[in-house]
Write a protein that binds this ligand. Sequence first.
Ligand SMILES: [Zn+2]
Length: 79
Amino acid sequence: MPDDFDRAQQTEQMFRDDALRDQALRFQPGDPTRWQGLSALRCLYDGCGEPIPEQRRKALPGVKFCVECQQRLEKKGMR
Ligand SMILES: [Zn+2]
C-alpha cells in the first residue's frame, strides 16, 4: 500500500520534531494500538533520545523507547 508507506514516512519525520516528541511521551506502552506499525527513530523517553536500532524497530513494530528505557518502564508498570 503506497499510501500507508507515505504516511509512515511522514510520521517518522514528525518524530524528529521536539514538540511532537513531548506529545508522544503521553502515550504509554500499554496503548499499542495507537502506535502499531510505527516505530520511533529515537528513544522518546524524556532526556534520553538514544537512536533506536533498525533491527529493534523491525522486531517490535511501534517501539518508541530504547532497550534501557523500555525495561525501566516495564519494571515501573509491574511494580
Ligand atoms: Zn532511552
